[in-house]
Design a binder for this molecule. Structure first.
Ligand code: SAM
Ligand code: SF4
Length: 326
């Protein structure tokens, strides 16, 4: 069966699949008032997830990241990992988590087939971590990262959103940390969502500042591998860890887009921003619907736009990233 490809020649072998909108943290840039249920939540069931993953695997998806909300709040999270990991052609199962359950479950998730893990740690100062996330869980999350390394994960990725007036003094601490630990640190530029201009204007910090600092201090920009996606990666001989910069406002950011998203309620999103999702759920009810599902995926890819319109302040329908799986 032919691979998913859009009209700009981009191929999509990476799916970000949200399995819940629910989150127990209150990150100030995402869910500042905490998760508010919107009616009775009905997130994709395990069998719908299996049908979804099978269809994507048929059209060239090799990597699936399970995200949310906080994916590990799903009681069947380990089963979800196992179902996706057992799918033919899916060779990498990843997740993005706030790390709340990591210390307890890292080994179980690894044994179920999870191979890549991104943990969000916006500050290495416990008080600042609390201020940004609304949860006093810094030590617990750091224990989780140790547990992941012990469980067999080769490397752990740590996501930190760059926030002016909040964590902008944290770079030296982060650098000190990754000197000794094999952590792939990813600094993510704040993206404007439906939360409003005020937060964005106050806290947005361009990744270019960090890039300049790294290049002045002996870090080298790595050659991008085909499946790297839009991150720019840096390494340094004296450091065990590496640094990635995700700068969605940079020119050409979208040119290397290799990912599609499905929300926790089964909507396909061709981009984090700019358009309404397309419902797939009616075709996730039985294996016999696979051919129809695959043909809907191909049809939709024809609609994918060349770029987002974030520069023009167009944030699409995305109220916050928890609703679509960041
Ligand atoms: N709850 C999990 C977590 O925080 O890792 C997974 C979902 S969260 C939406 C995924 C990633 O999106 C996190 O690393 C988070 O920091 C990032 N994120 C959320 N809102 C963002 C925004 N407005 N701009 C940039 N990154 C954002
Ligand atoms: Fe929750 Fe992740 Fe959003 Fe923070 S970024 S509120 S942990 S979904």
């Amino acid at each position: 069966m032919s691979q998913l490809q859009d009209n700009f020649g981009r191929r999509f072998h990476y799916l970000r699949m949200s399995v819940t909108d629910v989150c127990n943290f209150k990150c100030s840039y995402c869910l500042p008032d905490g998760y508010r249920p919107d009616g009775k939540p009905s997130f994709l069931t395990l069998s719908e997830i299996a049908n979804l993953a099978a269809a994507f695997a048929k059209v060239g998806t090799q990597k699936i990241r399970i995200t949310g909300g906080e994916p590990s709040l799903r009681k069947d999270f380990t089963d979800i990992i196992r179902v996706v990991a057992d799918m033919p052609n899916i060779n990498t199962v990843a997740t993005t988590t706030n790390g709340y359950r990591l210390a307890q479950n890292a080994q179980e998730w690894y044994d179920a087939g999870l191979r890549r893990i991104n943990v969000s740690v916006d500050s290495l100062d416990p008080r600042m971590f609390y201020q940004i996330t609304g949860e006093n869980k810094f030590d617990q999350v750091m224990r989780g990262i140790d547990a992941a390394l012990d469980a067999g994960f080769e490397r752990v990725k740590v996501n930190a959103v760059l926030l002016k007036h909040l964590n902008d003094k944290d770079l030296p601490r982060f650098l000190h940390w990754i000197k000794q630990y094999p952590i792939d640190l990813r600094f993510i530029e704040l993206m404007e969502t439906g939360l409003g201009h005020d937060y964005f204007n106050k806290h947005h910090l361009a990744g270019a500042t960090i890039k300049a600092h790294l290049l002045e201090n002996g870090w080298g920009l790595d050659q991008a591998a085909i499946d790297d996606g839009p991150a720019q990666n840096f390494s340094h001989d004296d450091y065990q860890g590496r640094i990635g910069l995700i700068m969605p406002y940079e020119k050409n950011f979208c040119a290397s887009c290799n990912r599609l998203r499905v929300s926790a309620k089964g909507k396909l999103h061709l981009c984090l921003f700019t358009e309404h999702g397309v419902d797939l759920r009616d075709l996730l009810q039985s294996e016999s619907q696979q051919a129809e599902l695959v043909s809907r995926l191909h049809q939709q890819l024809e609609q994918k736009k060349a770029t987002h319109f974030l520069h023009d302040g167009v944030t699409g329908v995305t109220q916050h990233l928890a609703s679509i799986g960041g």
